[in-house]
Write a protein of this length. Structure first.
Ligand SMILES: *Cc1c(COP(=O)(O)O)cnc(C)c1O
Length: 496
């Protein structure tokens, strides 16, 4: 019996279950092997060569061999990458990717309900709203707060800046005079968001940081006053609660005071550090975050979710809605429903209309593991970063000529070889880059680097920036033995 035309897009249940089984084996094998797999896969030219061998033309007919042909391609493709799910992944900002979130993703996309408008799926939108309300309360925001799940921190920052602009300047708005203040350690997504929001990049003031790389409130106040005096429109301060470079937390309380006095919007970019409000120690370190007008935080970092899950929380939910809620005639059918008791519609609180149903990705892991599991994991990450810092201090005391940038303010640690007397900057940078390469070549851990200002020389002379190694402990799979391995490899690689 031949299938009706087009029906081949709906394989029967037995076929689908068979395919699911093969893909589950692939995925669970990868998770199981990650404990012993090299901390980094094949990258660069060799990775590109693998990519070239795996590339297949899209044919008119199903690929020969079906899924059995494709599974090895996927397996090999995953090898040509950073091992971001591994316990040794301490580069950039890890997270890991909870398997329970992958299960949530599977069921969300299979059910494929429409969650842009709550009227189309009130219960699924309620589950998402419950997660957002719980998060807002964890951050200490009032009940007027509303949240939005985004694809990541960059989109959350953009949504926040558009909201602040709309709230402070209205529709027309003197965007060319609107000034934005952030530190020289701000994430580059802030500049991207400013430009995308139609505000000139030149209007971003890079306020100086203190010796611990935190925005200096005195310099902020002076910059706002100077701009006001010159006829500009100070509008927004963007603080960091956990910079990407070193995890520095800006003085949130002092800056909230300045924003309250001057009437500026305070957006806190806590994409990396925000999740630490879930544990007691972290909440202490993020004191003052509850006073921000808006907060970006990335569940795909500190809540260990797969990439594609960011979050924006806005103290006055009405201002978020005012920035994004626009009527459309083709959506009028929903107005015929009795909408009493309806949860918030994501599309009224952000730029997207159709979107992947993101809520279950948080809801299912939170329900299955309980919030306590997240709190304990985050407490552990802070302790592991302290252990790493202590280990580096011991190495320095043992004679390795290294300098540590700061006591960890969250879970990132940055350090480098001390510059030798008279050593050219390039040579110093090369020695540090080679150290990083030797550590990573051992493939038990994978670290990354950044460039950070050196302490000012005698008389406060600017000393330039230096290549700096960094480790960020944030994968839920990273535990004490991995940090010991990291310290061993740092020590063993310290001599050339
Ligand atoms: C990661 C990060 C971002 C960007 O978030 P994405 O999810 O990668 O878009 C913004 N700010 C800070 C401080 C970050 O660490």
């Amino acid at each position: 019996m031949s299938l009706p035309e087009g029906a081949e897009l709906e394989p029967d249940r037995a076929t689908l279950e068979g395919w699911l089984g093969q893909l589950a084996t692939l995925g669970f094998d990868a998770v199981e092997q990650t404990a012993t797999a090299p901390a980094v896969g094949t990258l660069g030219a060799a990775g590109n060569a693998i990519a070239a061998t795996l590339s297949r033309a899209i044919g008119e007919a199903p690929i020969e061999g079906g899924l059995a042909t494709l599974v090895p391609i996927l397996r090999r493709a995953a090898e040509a990458s950073l091992n971001t799910i591994g316990p040794g992944y301490l580069a950039y900002v890890p997270g890991g990717g909870l398997p329970t979130a992958a299960l949530a993703e599977f069921i969300s996309t299979l059910l494929n309900r429409y969650t842009g408008l709550a009227a189309a799926a009130p219960a699924l939108c309620r589950l998402e709203a419950d997660v957002l309300a719980w998060l807002a309360a964890e951050f200490g925001l009032p009940e007027t707060a509303r949240g939005l799940l985004t694809s990541g921190g960059s989109m959350a920052n953009l949504t926040a800046i558009v909201t602040a602009r709309h709230d402070r300047l209205g529709e027309g708005g003197a965007v060319h005079r609107a000034m934005i203040y952030t530190s020289d350690q701000a994430h580059h997504s802030i500049a991207k968001a400013v430009r995308t929001a139609g505000i000139p990049l030149a209007n971003v003031r890079r306020v100086a940081t203190d010796a611990r790389l935190r925005l200096d409130p005195g310099a902020l106040q002076a910059a706002i006053e100077a701009d006001r005096g010159a006829g500009a429109l100070p509008m927004l301060v963007v603080t960091a609660a956990g910079t990407t470079n070193t995890g520095a937390v800006d003085p949130l309380d002092a800056i909230a005071d300045i924003c309250a006095e001057t009437g500026l919007w305070h957006h806190c970019d806590a994409a990396y550090g925000g999740a630490f409000v879930l544990c007691d120690e972290g909440r202490r370190r993020l004191r003052g975050i509850s006073r921000a007008d808006s907060i970006t935080f990335d569940p795909h970092k500190g809540m260990f979710l797969p990439y594609g899950t960011g979050c924006l929380l806005v103290r006055d939910g009405a201002s978020l809605r005012a920035a994004f809620d626009i009527e459309a005639p083709y959506l009028q059918d929903f107005d015929a429903l009795d909408r009493a008791g309806e949860p918030p519609s994501p599309t009224e609180y952000g730029p997207e209309l159709s979107r992947d149903p993101r809520g279950l990705r948080l809801w299912l892991p939170l329900q299955l593991h309980g919030a306590g599991a997240f709190r304990r994991a985050l407490t552990e990450k802070l302790a592991l970063a302290s252990r790493l810092h202590r280990g580096l201090l011991e190495l320095a005391e043992g004679g390795v000529p290294l300098e540590i940038v700061d006591v960890p303010q969250l879970s990132a640690v940055a350090w480098r070889f001390t510059r030798l007397p008279g050593e050219p900057r390039e040579a110093h940078d090369r020695r540090n880059a080679a150290w990083l390469a030797r550590i990573n070549a051992r493939a038990r851990v994978h670290l990354s680097s950044t460039s950070l200002p050196l302490q000012p020389g005698p008389g406060g002379a600017a000393a330039g920036a230096a290549f700096t190694l960094r480790a960020c402990v944030l994968s839920f799979r990273t535990h004490a033995p991995h940090i010991e391995a990291c310290l061993e490899d740092i020590a063993a690689s310290a001599s050339t």
